[in-house]
Ligand binder design. Structure first.
Ligand code: MN
Length: 271
């Protein structure tokens, strides 16, 4: 059960908001068009830059990945071949269908956990970009019962609750913790439900958003918020943004993501 921005408590596992999303997702998957052609080069460029920014900002290291839904075909997404994000170039970007099968693999290795992306895109027609990371300040909130909550207005997207995915529920007690098939990806996507961020116990987190720039913003500030919250908990009992403040601040921030993006981009492109 999760308290949402709207004030309602949604049972994400069975009905309500998620049920509506899943019905919409079926519609989104229904057509199986021929490839709509190459993705917008500007989208590829943003995706490459995003890989570099996420490393520069301490969200990913050798591990972690970011994807973008194909701008011409909602049943496809774009993501690097299996490699460290900081080293990704446009030539490394592959196209996948929503079952996370590469369209033209050409012998290249693919991320074991690509199913995170395909299964979230299936359930969330609104999502156009996803980050999976093991960013270190966030993981403690996946492993203890203290919830991750918005400390300041920049991380207001954390309002409405941050669900935690327990892989033992879906994979039993002896998994290697990885989202290595579609069933586990679907289980994670179901726990994420309508939220922007979900935590993965003993592993990391996922962030979802309407664009590459928005999802980078969310991934970076999820990590920043986790650091702030841990510091606040050392000092005393924090007051968090309430759901109304969070919803209002998120609306404001969603219009401002280009400002930090331009700064972060300059850091990784300036030579
Ligand atoms: Mn992982």
């Amino acid at each position: 059960m999760v308290q949402c921005f709207c004030g309602m408590v949604h049972d994400l596992g069975r009905r309500g908001f998620l049920g509506a999303l899943m019905a919409a997702a079926v519609d989104a998957q229904a057509p199986a068009p021929a490839s709509a052609g190459p993705a917008d080069p500007a989208l590829i460029e943003d995706l490459v830059i995003a890989n570099h920014i996420l490393y520069d900002q301490g969200v990913v290291d050798g591990f972690g990945h970011i994807s973008a839904r194909h701008n011409k075909d909602p049943n496809r997404y774009l993501m690097s071949r299996s490699m460290a994000p900081a080293l990704v170039t446009a030539e490394d970007i592959l196209e996948y269908d929503l079952d996370s099968t590469p369209i033209d693999q050409r012998g290249r290795a693919v991320y074991l956990e690509r199913f995170i992306h395909g299964e979230i895109y299936k359930l969330r027609p609104d999502v156009r970009a996803i980050v999976h990371s093991h960013s270190p300040a966030v993981i403690p909130y996946a492993n203890v019962k203290v919830p991750l909550r918005p400390m300041n207005h920049i991380a207001s997207f954390l309002g409405g609750g941050v669900p935690v995915f327990e892989i033992r529920t879906a994979a039993g007690p002896a998994s290697d913790m990885l989202i290595r098939n579609a069933a586990l990806g679907h289980a994670l996507a179901t726990v994420l439900g309508p939220h922007p961020v979900a935590l993965m116990r003993g592993h990391g987190s996922v962030a979802a958003a309407q664009s590459v720039r928005h999802v980078v913003f969310r991934a970076v500030y999820t990590e920043v918020n986790a650091r702030m919250e841990s510091e606040a908990l050392r000092l005393g009992e924090p007051t968090f943004l309430n759901d109304e403040e969070a919803a209002a601040a998120m609306k404001t921030n969603d219009a401002l993501v280009d400002r930090p993006w331009d700064l972060w981009k300059r850091r990784v492109t300036a030579k």
